[in-house]
Design a protein around this ligand. Structure first.
Ligand code: PEP
Length: 256
């Protein structure tokens, strides 16, 4: 199966800086059929970067989108507007859920909006530190996963990517700490089983699941070799070209 390395730039880099950074990455990357490299710049940089990028090497993702196609939603950007600019859209990132009160209903509707606009949703799931401590991880992930996919037809499931990111392991969260690969492995196994029970083994196995949470060049290999993990969603380390490129090299080595 194809692997994915997705860099989430969050609210970093001006449009000019984003362009310079993309140029640097394009110069140093070779295209690969089996490894998709994706970056998610700030929304104002998407239009110029869509003209600049070489999609054989790097594809673009939006960091979020509104579920409506158009209308009176001041400040929002729809999947209809993103169509043609991006191949992917990150949906349900924990920062959107926590800081901007994104609900499961919004997430579900945005996944559907992305699909009807020919954009691949990267549906993010993850339990908070408190949910982790209180042993609620499985319940939370089940609701986020099955809720997020509930408007997706069986046919369209092949166009969805899942990203598991324990909120307590994301570097921007206060007190974040690394998730042990063994624990991530157990959670990925749970998610695969849930997908198998709900959609059948063939569909479940074909769904890419990425891992995210303070991934860097020193731990990327350990997460990438977890059975059932098909790539990484990288925040902080994706802002540093050498680190991001090293993670991509590690992913290539793991595939060989
Ligand atoms: C993220 O926010 O999606 C993320 C994985 O960030 P970091 O790599 O910085 O933990």
């Amino acid at each position: 199966m194809k692997s994915y390395i997705v860099g989430n730039w969050k609210m970093n880099f001006s449009v000019g800086e984003s362009s310079v950074y993309l140029h640097k990455l394009l110069q140093r990357l070779r295209g690969s059929r089996s490894l998709e490299v994706v970056v998610a710049p700030s929304s104002i940089a998407l239009q110029p970067l869509s003209l600049q990028t070489d999609r054989k090497k790097i594809r673009l993702a939006a960091q979020t989108a509104n579920s409506h196609d158009f209308g009176a939603y001041t400040g929002e950007i729809s999947c209809t507007q993103l169509r043609g600019l991006v191949d992917y859209c990150i949906i349900g990132h924990s920062e959107r859920r926590q800081l901007f009160h994104l609900t499961d209903k919004d997430v579900r509707a945005t996944v559907a909006a992305a699909l009807r606009n020919q954009i691949t949703p990267i549906l993010c799931l993850g339990e908070t530190a408190a949910e982790h401590t209180f042993g609620e991880t499985h319940d939370v992930l089940r609701d986020q996963l099955l809720g997020g996919l509930s408007e997706v037809s069986t046919e369209d499931l092949s166009r969805v990517i899942i990203a598991y990111e324990p909120v307590w392991a994301i570097s921007t969260t206060t007190g974040a700490h690394l998730a042990a690969p063994e624990e991530v492995a157990a959670t990925i196994k749970y998610l695969r089983q849930l997908l198998t029970d709900t959609y059948g083994a063939d569909t479940a196995e074909a769904l890419p699941i990425l891992y995210g949470g303070s991934v860097n060049p020193s731990n990327a290999g350990a997460y990438l070799t977890i059975p059932g993990v098909n790539g990484l969603l990288v925040g902080s380390a994706s802002l540093i070209a050498d680190q991001f490129l090293e993670i991509i090299e590690i992913a290539k080595r793991v595939q060989d």
